[in-house]
Design a protein around this ligand. Sequence first.
Ligand code: 6PG
Length: 490
Amino acid sequence: MSGDCDFGLIGLAVMGENLALNVESRGYKVAVYNRTTSKVDELIEGRAKGKNFVGTHTLEDFVAAVARPRKLMMLVKAGPAVDAIIDSLIPLCDEGDIIIDGGNTYYVDTERRTKLVEEAGLLYVGAGVSGGEEGALKGPSLMPGGTEAAWPHIKDMFQSIAAKVGPNNDIPCCEWVGPRGAGHYVKMVHNGIEYGDMQLICEAYQLLHELGGLSNEELYDVFAKWNEGVLQSYLIEITRDIFSAKDDQGGDGFLVDQILDVAGAKGTGKWMSQLALDLGVPSTLVTTAVFARGLSAQKEARTRASKKLNGPTDSNNPEMSALAKSLVGDKAAFVQAVHDALYASKIVSYAQGFVQLQAASAEHDWGLDYGQSALLWRGGCIIRAQFLDRIKEAFDEQPNLENLLLYPYFEEAVENAQSGWRAVVSAASLLGIPVPAFSAALNYFDGYRLERLPANLLQAQRDYFGAHTYQRVDREGTFHSEWLDLRKQP
Ligand code: 6PG
């Protein structure tokens, strides 16, 4: 039996409820189900009242309410709950029905589930969904991958609910990403880049606040100005707004100053870091950002250490300290240098993210389109930024571009930002302010642009103690030396 709903949504937490309302608002009839059925009734009696919804209390009724081929989307916590729902849905569905997972799922699970669902005669889609509550309601960025045959069935609906960009606001931030877990991988890299962006912004904040002495009002003005230039992005915009928010819980100062400096994380940044290590690609920005959250979480240990460990003092090195202070002394110049450090580091972060996507695509044979990924992130999602237009342009012009840093626009941008970037990292280091992401980015840049690194010595060490062999610069082949015989005899 099948009903006349165009779409079914399972999981009425914040994202699910808002996405269901978004779908309905584009002219579709929507069936909804939630394990705690009171959530269904609340929605039907509340925000969905008078709208084209069918509320259901069992998965049987839910599946029966949707027209074939059914489009059934889950927006539930990633992990075992997704497997449990798939297992329950398969016997209730008919051949050709489509099961969609819109959660932040680990891509390996999506690879496995695509196979499982396809073997049952159904189609499977693992779709990255980004944009938070507002995005889900008004237009998220959608990154669907999985069984490609599902795409023609869901394309119109997905593109109608997605965020739109472009001069006429008609280019949807939703395209088919690739087979199996490709959509969820792209979403994970989006989140890893989000971790990097957020960490970089936090380092800029600490520098401006601690070294530059900027008040929250001044920080608001700086971020407002930055949001009108090359750094324009959703994250810069909300950071600007955060500096204007007053304490809503009884205090009379700014809310940001009352928030405990302990960062949480749900795991997507960690996954991207782990997978970078597996692939052997140096995605140092996301890794640094994950570790920075980890260090922030060690609040008690930091509090103890803060009473014992001293940083630089003027007497350690008066000349360097004076140099660093002179950089910070000119406020406008310092703000510009921090801007440049942030911009250059951000370019490095995106360059690393795309290198990881390229490596993953090659390993899994996903055939990812990198310009398209940039377009998917152009609107709706958390990392949305004008800057992504340049990245799309870069990959459209050079689909095999091996690193964004080599695209003339970014090459020039980093060139122009370089002196401010170096000055900020040096001053922070001399004055004892941690800038792990700014310096990781700079170290990547300096390592990447050097033809010769000290790995020759490293290979010599490996060969010395473990006969791990090495290659030579002047001829082909694999070599081993008897270092004990070659060394200067003690
Ligand atoms: C999005 C976000 C979202 C994620 C947050 C929080 O694209 O809408 O990425 O998926 O829940 O980024 O992630 P953390 O808790 O790990 O910071």
